[in-house]
Design a protein around this ligand. Sequence first.
Ligand SMILES: [Zn+2]
Ligand SMILES: [Zn+2]
Length: 156
Amino acid sequence: MIERKNNLSGQCQCGNIRYRVRGEPLTFYTCHCLDCQKQSASAFGLSMWVMSDDFELIAGRLKFWTTIADDGSKKVCAFCSQCGTRIYHMIDDGSSRISLKAGTLDDATQYKPVAHIWTKRAHQWLDLEGPEILNYPDQPDSFSDILEAWAARERG
Ligand SMILES: [Zn+2]
Ligand SMILES: [Zn+2]
């Protein structure tokens, strides 16, 4: 097992929203799709899947906004109503998992993604090749390899 010094906790930019996650992450990857570039106002999104029951709101009240993804699925997005920081997306696959926007963690630096997805949309200056990371040009047909790669690395 990989030992980490901090529990999973985080907040929005203004501090109105604070949360913690009781369990361990299920996987962690980057997404370079245009939606994630817009949502993050940056080059890519950081997606850390956790069980929705493990997510605990400590302070503030989330607002929700719904969008339709390219594949037609519904995506419910939770954000801070004061500063607009995106906190998580609900995953529309009936699994009760959420995709935490990992840039909101108090210490995201200790987590390393196992995959990049939508790399055909990636900013051209990024160097995404590497033997230890999965790489998908667009939406993966299944996330099972991405989940397994995370589980394998966590087992050590
Ligand atoms: Zn805020
Ligand atoms: Zn994306």
